[in-house]
Design a protein around this ligand. Structure first.
Ligand code: SF4
Ligand code: SF4
Length: 307
């Protein structure tokens, strides 16, 4: 009997992306992550399971059309609107079909490797003209490492350049296997202090720093360290100096990209029924970011600001 193709849970496949590596890229957002960064702009990618987004601003008062449609009794009336019990919701999507206002949407879709590759192939002419390719992102693509490796491998077999946007919080053998089919690693470093890292992301940074060192020992793939600049959280001179020391201590000095904090994903938290903790944090100004970059230069590394 033929076995069914393995499926991955994909949040979206974004075409014509220009921020996830060189050239024009197709970014595949995987669902599931080991970290819970307080500033995450893609919170819908954190939970591995398929889940619901509810946009109250689109919902019609007293419509209640979806309430009786949920076999799991996950939807109930809540004043003029509805409430979702997310523990009961399986993400089956029945309620979505009856909501013509599109106030309910399913986040995550089971796709097999061939389906993902079909989407990727649509942009092949743009990769060739721009020096772009495919980026696996998330979430953490290696949360679904077997599926991610299959996608990377097939891209390489078809001559498509690959990038892996990773937290680095994964067993080395898994990461090493993925690197076999990866041309560029976009590697997040969020804080150098293990305790602070744990407070901000839920996990320590020891595996992350160790894996960065191991990638850097190889001459390929290209390693880019990406630093989110979180005003007042990880941009104090002490942390920046430690960051510069760490980068300079690596066997091959990687490129350093600074990613200014932004609030583009804040609205998603309410849709997922979650609270955004960093309510009062504001994005850094252009001058502020350049001061951070200057400080890093003083400590011996020259970063690129990515906006
Ligand atoms: S069907 Fe849509 S518009 Fe109607 S109550 Fe449910 S979410 Fe709101
Ligand atoms: S997705 Fe399915 S289980 Fe979840 S609320 Fe809608 S109908 Fe209920």
């Amino acid at each position: 009997m033929e076995s069914r193709p393995q499926k991955g849970v994909i949040v979206k496949i974004q075409r014509f992306s220009i921020q996830d590596g060189p050239g024009i890229r197709t970014t595949v957002f995987f669902k599931g992550c080991f970290l819970r960064c307080l500033w995450c702009s893609n919170p819908e990618t954190q939970e591995p399971r398929i889940e619901m987004e509810y946009s109250k601003e689109k919902c019609i008062p007293q419509c209640y059309e979806c309430v009786g449609r949920c076999g799991a009794e996950a939807i109930s009336k809540d004043g003029e609107y509805i409430a979702i019990d997310r523990k009961k919701c399986s993400g089956c999507g029945r309620c979505v079909k009856v909501c013509y206002r599109k106030a309910l949407t399913v986040v995550g879709e089971g796709m097999d490797v061939a389906e993902v590759l079909n989407e990727i192939e649509k942009d092949r002419p743009f990769y060739e003209k721009s020096g772009g390719g495919v980026t696996l992102s998330g979430g953490e693509p290696l949360y679904q490492h077997r599926f991610a490796v299959q996608v990377l491998k097939q891209c390489k077999e078809r001559g498509i350049s690959t990038a892996l946007d990773t937290t680095g919080y994964v067993e080395w053998d898994i990461l090493k296997n993925a690197l076999e089919y990866t041309d560029m690693v976009l590697y997040d470093i969020k804080h150098l202090d293990p305790e602070e890292h744990k407070k901000l992301t839920g996990v320590s940074n020891d595996i992350i720093l160790e894996n960065a060192r191991r990638i850097s020992e190889k001459s390929f793939p290209i390693l880019i360290l990406r630093i989110p600049v979180l005003p007042g959280i990880n941009d104090d001179p002490k942390n920046l100096e430690k960051l510069a020391q760490f980068a300079r201590s690596l066997p091959n000095l990687p490129a350093i990209h600074l990613l200014p904090y932004h609030r583009l994903g804040v609205f998603k938290y309410a849709r997922l029924g979650r609270e955004y903790i960093l309510k009062n944090m504001q994005p850094p100004t252009r001058d502020y970011i350049h001061r951070v970059a200057e400080l890093l230069e003083k400590f011996g590394i020259k970063p690129l600001v990515v906006t």
